[in-house]
Design a protein around this ligand. Structure first.
Ligand code: SF4
Length: 284
């Protein structure tokens, strides 16, 4: 049972609750919560708006271009390189307008990012990984009740191939190590399998990531991992449930680590104190 919205367990003096506790959990929310619950709070509960990092903006525009390509393959639309490049350019501009501002230092950095994205999209279309046949589905949104999870699991799969393989596309600055990549994305990959099995009754033959690497000469690298056995599934459900229970109990605290290097909430983090210490400070 999920609690209703109450006062936060602490105050940064910046923002009060802007969202509600989850009625469902997604793999990205769970990964974010487990990575640093306080950053999760700033980002997804208090919804403190920050400029979009350049890499995130670029990744979203590239993702939109690939989505346009896959939808064209699926529905018999225009999947020519020119049409997909135009979809990329439109997304690059639209996302900046709708979700920006983006952390560009200047116009030169913006232009470099725009061209980097164009090269990455062209590399994908030229690669053996570009969808040749007809996908089974594109941008699949699923929401299912999963045994062991106290709220429904949601997930948005970029692409489902004809043989039921879910594929997720990732923009990356450097070539991924296949073993680490599959481990890093275990919550997402296994969540997709759980959703797919319940929604379709099919066990996917593999769980795939396609990395679009923004090196000088862009690379397109597929990392496939086998479908999860019962142990992996139980482990991922336990991680998802840990996040749900933590959010429901308002457990948000700093978890310092490598992720702090690129965290945009350092000032808010420095202001954090647990609720009981906030009270003591006010009383002092
Ligand atoms: S600075 Fe580090 S510990 Fe603080 S909110 Fe960000 S990721 Fe978490």
């Amino acid at each position: 049972m999920i609690a209703t919205v109450t006062d936060p367990p602490f105050s940064t003096g910046l923002t009060r609750w802007a969202c509600t506790l989850p009625q469902h959990i997604s793999p990205s929310a769970a990964k974010s919560y487990l990575g640093c619950s306080l950053k999760f709070y700033f980002e997804r509960v208090a919804c403190i708006k920050k400029n979009t990092p350049v890499a995130l903006h670029l990744g979203k525009a590239v993702h939109a271009a690939l989505q346009a390509f896959h939808i064209a393959r699926w529905r018999g639309g225009d999947d020519s390189p020119d049409a997909i490049a135009a979809a990329y350019e439109k997304s690059f501009t639209d996302i900046e307008r709708d979700e920006g501002p983006v952390n560009f230092d200047d116009e030169a950095e913006r232009e470099k990012a725009r061209l980097d994205g164009l090269r990455v999209v062209a590399a994908y279309l030229d690669s053996p990984e570009a969808m040749k046949g007809k996908p089974r589905a594109v941008e699949v949104l699923l929401k299912e009740n999963i045994p062991g999870l106290s709220v429904p699991l949601t997930g948005a799969m970029d692409l489902v191939e004809g043989n039921f393989t879910p594929v997720d596309f990732k923009s990356a600055a450097a070539k991924p190590d296949p073993g680490n990549a599959a481990f890093d994305h275990e919550i997402q990959l296994v969540s997709y399998q759980l959703l797919m099995e319940i929604a379709t009754g099919q066990v996917p033959p593999s769980l795939d990531l396609v990395f679009l690497v923004k090196t000088k000469t862009p690379q397109v690298i597929r990392v496939s991992s086998p479908p999860a056995d019962e142990h992996r599934k139980r482990r991922v459900v336990a991680m998802l449930e840990t996040a749900v229970q933590g959010i429901a109990a308002h457990r948000y605290n700093p978890q310092p680590g490598m992720q702090c290097s690129w965290c945009q909430y350092k000032n808010e983090c420095m202001a954090w104190l647990p609720a009981d210490m906030q009270t003591n400070r006010r009383a002092a």
